[in-house]
Design a protein around this ligand. Structure first.
Ligand SMILES: Cc1cc2nc3c(=O)[nH]c(=O)nc-3n(C[C@H](O)[C@H](O)[C@H](O)COP(=O)(O)OP(=O)(O)OC[C@H]3O[C@@H](n4cnc5c(N)ncnc54)[C@H](O)[C@@H]3O)c2cc1C
Length: 398
C-alpha cells in the first residue's frame, strides 16, 4: 500500500465533494479527493441542471402518503419500486411515511427552504469561479398542470413556498404558450419561477469544476475508499492501493456514503432514489427553459445540442441495472409533448442519495469534527453544492 498524508481527504468527487475541495483549498488547506471514476460523472453528470432555489418541498408530503400505494404499484409512474428491493427498503420507507405526515412535511420544508434560499446567487458566484458562467441560463423554470384540479391540488405547496419567499407567478394556459410557444396546451396552466437558473450542460460544468479543483492544487487519488477508521494520530482511509492518513475526512460519496458513515459510528438511514434521463439530439431544443409537467415527475431540459428529459423516482438500490420500461415511459411521455422528437440518442441511470426527510446530512460525525458528513442531497444536490461547501468550511474552521 502506498501511504499518503494530508490535511483534508474528501471521499467522493461529485459536485458536492468537488465544491467542498475547492472551498477548503481556498481556505488554505492541503486537500486530496479520493474518487475511483471520472470526477463529476455520477448523479452530478446526468441531472436536470436546475439550480432549484424554489424546490423547498420534500419528496414526502401528505399527498404522496395518501397515494403511496397506488404510486408504487403504477409501475411506469413518477414513483415506482423494484419489488425485489422491498425487504431492504422497508426501514427507509417506514421512515419516509412518517416524514410525510403533515407536521413533518412542514418542518422538512422549513429546513430545505433554509438551505436553498440564496442558491441562485451562490451558484452565479461559483460558476464565475470555475469559468462556467456562460453555461448558466437565467430564464427561470416552469411547472405545468394538466388540469385546473391538478393546479388546485398544488395550492398547499404553493402557499408554503410563498411563506418562504419563493418568487412564483401563476400563468394561464395562454400565458404558458406565450412563454413557450412550442408546448401543447396545458389546461391547468403553469407556475413560473422567474428567479431560478439552470445549467445548459451539467457534464461540461463538472469538467470545468474538476479542472478548477486541479488548478487550485488539489490532488486526485483514483481509488475507492473501502474503510475509514479513527487512529491515535488521525483518520486512516483505506483505498487500495493507497492508505490515506488525514486530520479531517469528508464523506461525500453521494448514494454510496452509508457504509463509510456507519464505519465511523454514524448509521444514517440513507438510500437511493434512482433517476433516469433520455436525450434527443437536436440543433435547437423546442423550449427555452426547464419545464416540468408535474403529473409525470420529469423535467424537459433544453441543453447544448439536445433536449434532456430527466427525472422519475425508482426505489430499488444501487446494483440493479436500468429498467428499460421506465426509460421507454420517459421517452413516450416526452413524445406526448413533442410528437416529432423520435427515438432517444442516449439513455442514463443515476443514483440520488436520499434521506427519508429529503434533508441532506451536513454535519460533523457524532464522534467529532475530524470526520464530516456531506451527503443525502436527493433532488437538490446540484443546487446545494456551493452552500454545502460553505457549511463544511465553517465546520472545519470552528
Ligand atoms: C434524474 C436526476 C435529476 C436531477 N436533477 C437535479 C436538478 O435539476 N437540480 C439539482 O440540484 N439536483 C438534481 N439532481 C440531484 C443531483 O444530481 C445530486 O443530488 C447531486 O449530483 C449529488 O452530488 P454528489 O456529489 O453527492 O453525488 P455524485 O455526483 O453521485 O458523486 C458521488 C461520487 O462519489 C464517488 N464514490 C462512490 N463511492 C466511493 C468510494 N467508496 N470512495 C470514493 N468515491 C466514491 C462516485 O464515484 C461519485 O463520483 C438530480 C438527480 C437525478 C438522478
Amino acid at each position: 500500500m502506498s501511504r499518503i498524508s494530508t490535511d483534508v481527504a474528501v471521499i467522493g468527487g461529485g459536485v458536492i465533494g468537488l465544491a467542498i475541495a475547492l472551498r477548503l483549498r481556498a481556505d488554505g488547506r492541503e486537500v486530496v479527493v479520493i474518487e475511483p471514476n471520472e470526477p463529476g460523472s455520477g448523479a452530478s453528470y446526468g441531472n436536470a441542471g436546475t439550480i432549484a432555489n424554489y424546490a423547498v418541498i420534500p419528496v414526502g408530503t401528505p399527498s404522496i402518503l395518501r397515494n403511496l400505494f397506488s404510486l408504487l404499484v403504477g409501475a411506469n409512474g413518477p414513483l415506482s419500486i423494484r419489488t425485489s428491493a422491498l425487504p431492504t427498503l422497508f426501514p427507509w420507507l417506514a421512515r419516509f411515511a412518517y416524514e410525510s405526515l403533515p407536521h413533518r412535511y412542514r418542518e422538512n420544508t422549513r429546513r430545505i427552504a433554509e438551505l436553498v434560499s440564496g442558491a441562485a446567487a451562490a451558484w452565479a458566484e461559483f460558476a464565475a469561479q470555475i469559468g462556467a458562467s456562460e453555461l448558466l441560463s437565467t430564464k427561470g423554470c416552469l411547472y405545468l398542470y394538466d388540469t385546473r384540479e391538478a393546479f388546485s391540488a398544488a395550492m398547499t405547496d404553493i402557499e408554503l413556498r410563498r411563506g418562504y419567499g419563493v418568487d412564483q407567478e401563476f400563468l394561464s394556459g395562454d400565458e404558458v404558450l406565450r412563454l413557450e410557444p412550442c408546448l401543447p396546451p396545458f389546461e391547468g396552466g403553469g407556475l413560473f419561477f422567474p428567479g431560478a437558473i439552470s445549467l445548459s450542460d451539467p457534464g461540461e460544468a463538472m469538467r470545468r469544476l474538476s479542472a478548477a479543483v486541479r488548478r487550485a492544487g488539489v490532488e486526485f487519488i483514483q481509488a475507492s475508499a473501502q474503510e475509514i477508521e479513527r487512529k491515535s494520530n488521525g483518520i486512516l482511509i483505506t483505498a487500495a492501493p493507497f492508505e490515506i492518513c488525514t486530520r479531517t475526512a469528508i464523506i461525500s460519496a453521494g448514494a454510496h456514503s452509508q457504509k463509510l458513515a456507519a464505519q465511523i459510528g454514524d448509521p444514517v438511514r440513507l438510500d437511493t432514489e434512482r433517476g433516469y434521463h433520455v436525450e434527443f439530439d437536436m440543433a435547437e431544443p423546442p423550449i427555452e427553459r426547464p419545464v416540468c409537467p408535474t403529473a409525470h415527475g420529469f423535467y424537459l431540459c433544453p441543453m447544448q445540442g439536445r433536449l434532456r428529459v430527466a427525472g422519475l423516482v425508482e426505489l430499488g438500490g444501487l446494483t440493479a441495472p436500468a429498467n428499460p420500461r421506465l426509460l421507454q415511459a420517459l421517452a413516450q411521455n416526452a413524445r406526448r409533448i413533442f410528437p416529432e422528437i423520435g427515438e432517444p440518442s442516449r439513455t442514463w441511470l443515476g443514483f440520488r442519495a436520499s434521506m427519508p426527510d429529503s434533508v441532506p446530512v451536513i454535519r460533523p460525525s457524532s464522534g467529532g469534527r475530524d470526520v464530516i458528513l456531506a451527503f443525502g442531497h436527493g433532488h437538490v444536490g446540484l443546487t446545494l453544492a456551493p452552500r454545502t461547501a460553505q457549511l463544511v468550511s465553517a465546520i472545519v474552521a470552528a
